[in-house]
Design a protein around this ligand. Structure first.
Ligand code: NAD
Length: 462
């Protein structure tokens, strides 16, 4: 795999300040596929300076010009989509077909949506005797996870650039090659030097230096709730804007009137996709007691069909962590109906698609985010009971409701404490705001709501 041995700062690949490197490993066979520099506070400082210097000119460009650059960026991503998919497959382990449709396809759709929004969004509003100017927040620190490597980057960089902000990206250490490819795409798209900068490195070193940098105006973080809390506290201490997209433990509520087989099959596919490493995955399936046994049978059969088709999880540590949760589920009395803690292959970071029945709300596997291909099926007595269980975690990122008719599902969805709900299997929409209630986060990504995270208001009174 192609890897740069420098940082992309001020429009060029520059040598890192230190000599440390990060080895990038393919989790499918645990072979090293490349190395990238492990950035330090000095690299972060150079990148933030470049972003600060580029800010006035970029913030002053006409929105139509920013739209044109984002449109060019989208075109480069389209032209390089096979390379993107191969890179994500190599460093994340996702099956190639999934990398092509989702890991490459979704960021292209999101980049396109912001190219259009930059051209059509009104950066000025009227409010009584005032004109309200919507101005860029400034220098953005973007810190991203590995689970959807390019999507997480584009979901921050595209709206930030559309708003007129400049960006320093610190991507996850497991997937830096996709981030380097994105920096190349930014360059090819003719985005001016310093507007987008990339520093690869470890979270507690480069990530922390970036989150703490005094010349950053907004920290946009996606990752674990534990790190998000620290970043929120640091930003709060500096009175700095912050957006946090954190963990989830979403419920898939199947009401008695639903098409049970469809709801269960789509639900299992949702959890197994990307090897369960999706923050919004519906990892708790809630089924009425009268349909419970049938649903468990359907889910076990659906999971068993995945067999070898599922990709590995991102690394050996994650594999061991997920298997630890499976052991805990068994120890706490849940009933394994598919999969289990044993590794399905001799080599690679694989976890069997796993389904637990007889899961109760108090169990660890019903409360904590596992981030692996593990589904828990819980039983409810009536709608109020289902609602109480669905809302009974610290998270509130996403969810699903299935019912015989949409109105019934929507009525239930209104009572859910969560940022997104798919009704009867509704499709992903790159314009719909994404983000969490409760400890799933602060702020929203995608669409106009995602754009407004990067804007601040100035009111002129007449
Ligand atoms: P993580 O929190 O370990 O790392 C995320 C990023 O933060 C990485 O770039 C990492 O290097 C960096 N980081 C780590 N420590 C840091 C520190 N002290 N200061 C600054 N930066 C630091 O999370 P992860 O394991 O990469 O990703 C998985 C988590 O992300 C899961 O909890 C998942 O739910 C969450 N996630 C949330 C969303 C969402 O939109 N809500 C999307 C995807 C993933």
């Amino acid at each position: 795999m192609k890897a740069h041995d420098g940082m992309y700062i001020d429009g060029a690949w520059r040598p890192a300040a230190g000599r440390d490197v990060i080895e990038v490993v393919n989790p499918a066979d645990e072979q090293i596929i490349g190395t990238v520099p492990a950035g330090t506070a000095a690299d972060v400082d150079a990148a933030v300076r470049a972003a600060r210097a580029a800010l006035p000119a970029w913030a002053a460009t006409a929105p139509a010009e920013r739209a044109a650059r984002l449109s060019a960026l989208r075109d480069v991503l389209v032209a390089r989509k096979d390379e993107i998919a191969e890179t994500v497959t190599a460093e994340l382990g996702a099956p190639l077909a999934f990398s092509q449709t989702v890991h490459a396809g979704v960021p292209i759709a999101v980049a396109a949506s912001y190219a259009e929004l930059a051209a059509t969004y009104s950066f000025e509003e009227k409010a009584g005797n005032s004109t309200v100017l919507l101005e860029p927040v400034g220098v953005v620190a973007a810190i991203t996870p590995w689970n959807y490597p390019l999507h997480q980057i584009v979901a921050k960089a595209a709206p930030a650039l559309a708003a007129g902000c400049t960006v320093v990206l610190k991507p996850a250490e497991d997937t830096p090659l996709t981030a380097q490819l994105f920096a190349e795409a930014v360059h090819e798209a003719g985005i001016p030097a310093g507007v987008f900068n990339l520093v690869t490195g470890l979270g507690p070193v480069a990530g922390q230096a970036l989150a703490e940098h005094p010349d950053v105006d907004l920290v946009s973080f996606t990752g674990s709730t534990a790190v998000g809390k620290r970043i929120g506290a640091t930003a709060g201490g500096a009175v700095k804007k912050v957006a946090l997209e954190l963990g989830g433990k979403s419920a898939n509520v199947i009401l008695p009137s639903a098409d049970l087989a469809k709801a269960v099959n789509v639900g299992v596919a949702n959890v197994m996709s990307n090897s369960g490493q999706t923050c919004s995955a519906w990892t708790r399936m809630l089924v009425h007691r009268d349909q419970y046994d049938e649903a468990v049978g359907l889910a076990a059969a659906a999971a068993a069909k995945y067999g070898d088709r599922i990709g590995p999880v991102v690394n050996a540590k994650q594999r061991d962590r997920v298997r630890g949760y499976i052991d805990k589920g068994v120890a706490e009395g849940a009933r394994l109906v598919a999969g289990g803690p044993e590794s399905p292959r001799e080599q690679g970071c694989f976890v069997s698609p796993t389904v637990f029945a007889d899961v109760t709300e108090d169990m660890t596997i019903a409360q904590e985010e596992i981030f692996g291909p593990v589904l828990s099926i819980l039983r409810y007595d009536d709608e109020d009971d289902a609602l109480r269980i669905a809302n009974g975690t610290v998270y509130g990122l996403a969810g699903a409701v299935w019912a015989g008719d949409e109105a019934e599902a929507v009525a239930f969805a209104r009572r859910l404490e969560t940022g997104q709900v798919d009704i009867n299997g509704g499709r992903f929409n790159p314009l719909a705001p994404f983000g969490g209630y409760k400890q799933s986060g602060v702020g929203r990504e995608l669409g106009t709501h995602g754009l407004s995270e990067y804007l601040q208001t100035k009111s002129l009174q007449f």
